[in-house]
Ligand binder design. Structure first.
Ligand code: HAM
Length: 418
């Protein structure tokens, strides 16, 4: 085989595509009931956008971005996630002028140069929502509740919701100092990246995927113990509303997000049957990001689901491709033209219609109809053209009905026999 898709980048084939359609349809339906509107964003952005928001010491920025210079020598990056491009667009188009909360959703491919494995691709797809303009913890709980409802609607069972607060700029210095203190004597255990992170951003050590670092950070201080008064109050509020909305959740103080723009609420939905890559969705609050991008001081919160991971949890996928409603055989060129016209009219009415494209024998056309598992067959030859009638043969119950060579009549009979 000469050409293959790039490593970690997959084709999505039927019938799996039906799972994608199901997820997308469920998302659109439920987002509408919450007042979220679709936004379509470019897959490529200037690199600076991601450096500023995701953070220079994160794995994504340090190792995983598809970054290159374009022909004008500008550094551009295939988006590794959707929040930063969304906030860029939010500020660029002054979407903050709409009455808050401003609620948007997006769907599409993201790119991270990670080591491919089950549940981890280099091109993967997210469906994300972002809600801006509300500080109140009620919206945090509402967003988490929406995410769980969406998963339920898609048919995902065993979605474990883990929530934490990762504090704010007020609480970070004390937490950072405590972490440095804890890591001080263990630095030798850590990978080179983490040794560097120790100086630049020790919080990122908590997110390193190297096994030695995972072991080395056992027993590290928990951010929850360092929350300031406002963050504690906010986190209590989130939990109060989660209970009010009957959202089952656990507090996981060890939850670390791989993106620097978060503050306060962070959450992840896990499905433990997925193995190592068990997060099917994740999100959190990002109050400083709009300002960072040159906009007004507007808080935000959102999440993104990983579509590939959710599709692997769906079973019994079928794209309804079980056979055409009707196969039109033609035995002369005049009949071939008639069937081509009829096919168009019937398709307009929603029938799946197949026709013959060559001058092959009736036998070979019937064989094709059989292989396609056509539900009805109509043979149009010279006699049928003369009488302008033909027999509709139902291939399932073998009944035959004579009908005028007219789309309306054929449609009525086929619909009636369905
Ligand atoms: P994230 O946790 O980096 O968050 O990604 C969200 C989800 O995308 C993950 O939970 C996972 O299901 C999926 N995902 C991530 N990387 C891969 C991969 N390499 N292969 C397959 N699936 C993957 C964000 O991206 C944030 N922008 C979410 C957000 C929206 N926060 C606020 N608003």
């Amino acid at each position: 085989m000469k050409f293959k898709a790039l490593k970690g980048i997959q084709d999505i084939l039927p019938p799996e595509t039906s799972g994608w359609q199901r997820i997308e349809a469920a998302a659109r339906e439920i987002f509408k009931t919450y007042g979220f509107r679709e936004i379509r964003l470019p897959v490529i952005e200037s690199t600076e956008i991601f450096l500023r928001s995701i953070g220079e010491t994160t794995d994504i920025v340090e190792k995983e971005m598809y970054t290159f210079t374009d022909k004008a020598d500008r550094s551009v990056t295939l988006r590794p996630e959707g929040t930063a491009p969304f906030v860029r667009a939010f500020v660029e188009h002054h979407l903050f002028n709409e009455p808050p909360p401003q609620k948007f959703y997006y769907m599409g491919p993201m790119f991270r140069y990670e080591r491919p494995q089950a549940g981890r691709q280099r091109q993967f797809h997210q469906i994300g929502v972002e809600a801006l303009g509300v500080e109140d913890p009620k919206i945090d709980a509402e967003i988490i509740s929406l995410l769980l409802l969406l998963l339920e609607k898609i048919g995902i069972k065993d979605a474990q919701c883990e929530v934490t607060s990762i504090g704010c700029v007020q609480c970070r210095p004390a937490f950072r100092a405590a972490l440095k203190d804890f890591f001080k004597d263990r630095l030798g255990l850590f990978c080179d990246d983490c040794k560097r992170r120790y100086e630049l951003n020790p919080l990122r050590i908590l997110d390193c995927k190297v096994e030695a670092c995972i072991n080395g950070r056992q027993g590290a201080p928990s951010v929850i113990d360092f929350l300031c008064g406002d963050c504690t109050e906010h986190f209590n509020g989130v939990q109060y509303y989660l209970k009010l909305l009957s959202v089952p959740y656990t507090v996981n103080p060890g939850l670390v997000r791989g993106l620097d723009y978060y503050m306060r609420t962070a959450f992840e939905i896990k499905n433990y049957s997925l193995g190592a890559q068990n997060a099917v969705a994740a999100g959190g609050r990002y109050n400083g990001l709009v300002e960072e991008f040159g906009g007004p001081k507007i808080p935000g919160i959102g999440f993104a689901i990983g579509v590939e991971r959710i599709v692997t949890l769906l079973t019994g996928l079928s794209d309804g491709h079980e056979g055409p409603d009707v196969f039109l055989c033609s035995l002369s060129s005049e009949a071939g033209e008639k069937t081509a016209v009829l096919a168009g009219q019937l398709r307009l009415e929603g029938l799946w219609v197949e026709i013959s494209y060559d001058k092959s024998s009736l036998r070979s056309q019937m064989r094709r109809a059989d292989r396609l598992r056509a539900k009805n067959v109509i043979v149009v030859g010279e006699d049928e053209m003369k009488s302008q009638t033909a027999v509709i043969k139902n291939m399932q119950d073998k009944t035959e009905i004579s009908a005028a060579l007219d789309a309306g009549e054929i449609l009525r009979i086929i619909r009636g026999s369905k």
